[in-house]
Design a protein around this ligand. Structure first.
Ligand SMILES: [Zn+2]
Length: 318
């Protein structure tokens, strides 16, 4: 009973205290910066996870009137910098480049495209403008998708590639399809930091409109099996290691629940032909995931995709 009263007091304190140190130590688990007591002036934010390994959080628009973060990984070595993912436009990526220049006088040597989507690649020209020799690396699928872009990836990772940069080994991992179909992760084994890009969208409803529901789950499991100390993703926040691991499991549970609910509705014969013609979305029960960020915008696309998987209509593996 005493514990319950105590827990209630904490919950009330978190609701009432907008921008306190307490909220920093034990952040509310949500992808919505406003619910975390954060505003535009708090971003971009750099978090040092381990010596020379950083997460960079920048704000971007989300649902109408709301925001979320787009997150990048920065690895500084004695031989230059590797950055995983960028921001959605040149101005935002210029800010990221300016931040990297504050960390080291050495150049960016590699830009790894873990998510080919516009909100992570739209500003890539800023990398090239600042460091014309930077090598862009992607999966074979994303290399093809970005062939006509301002920064076509010169190298493709079909399985795994270890880059030796200065005294640091950095692994580029292609562990299967997830959110884009060309998804990559980046792991720094020495520091035990794993960046999963959009394979791990912290506290967001899964963005499945172009994703692969069951394969995404399998890809998460392969990332979990690495046994990293730190795991973080391309959207949402970067909290302490224990929270981030627990939240990755929670995200996998959510994805499982979305697939299960889609299958239930499909088996019940509820129609879902397209995002604009989907009866299933009107009767779906998302349980605790009802309130996760972008549920309203992402649920129709997720159901369409789960239905396509059940009906064997997803694009085949290239
Ligand atoms: Zn994204």
């Amino acid at each position: 009973m005493r514990d319950m009263v105590f827990a209630g007091t904490i919950a009330a304190a978190l609701l009432l205290a907008p921008m306190t140190a307490a909220a920093q130590e034990a952040p509310v688990q949500t992808a919505d910066p406003i619910l975390r007591g954060l505003g535009a002036s708090d971003f971009p934010r750099l978090k040092q996870l381990e010596p020379n390994v950083y997460a960079y959080e920048e704000l971007r628009p989300s649902e109408p009137g709301k925001f979320k973060t787009t997150v990048d990984m920065i690895v500084v070595t004695s031989g230059g910098v590797l950055v995983a993912d960028g921001q959605g436009n040149v101005a935002a990526t210029e800010k990221l480049v300016a931040q990297i220049k504050k960390l080291t006088p050495l150049p960016i040597k590699y830009v790894v495209v873990c998510s080919e989507h516009e909100d992570h690649t739209g500003g890539n020209a800023a990398f090239k403008a600042a460091f014309p020799d930077a090598v862009f690396v992607a999966s074979p699928v994303s290399q093809k998708a970005l062939a006509a872009s301002a920064t076509p990836p010169a190298e493709a990772v079909a399985d795994k590639r270890t880059i030796h940069l200065g005294a640091t080994d950095i692994e580029i991992l292609n562990l299967g399809r997830a959110h884009t179909g060309g998804d990559l992760s980046v792991y720094v084994p020495g520091a035990k930091v794993l960046f999963m890009s959009e394979i791990y969208d912290h506290r967001l409803f899964p963005s499945l409109a172009r994703g692969y529901p069951s394969e995404w789950l399998a890809t998460i499991k392969k990332n979990q099996a690495i046994g990293a100390k730190w795991v973080f993703g391309g959207h949402g926040f970067v909290d302490d290691p224990a929270t981030m691991k627990r939240e990755l499991a929670a995200f996998a549970d959510e994805l499982t629940a979305v697939i299960t609910e889609g299958r239930r509705l499909h088996d019940a014969g509820v129609a879902c032909r397209s995002v604009t013609d989907c009866d299933a979305v009107k009767v779906a029960n998302w349980g605790p995931y009802e309130t996760w960020s972008e549920r309203v915008t992402q649920a129709p696309g997720a159901l369409v995709r789960v239905y396509q998987e059940i009906d064997g209509k997803l694009p085949k593996q290239e």
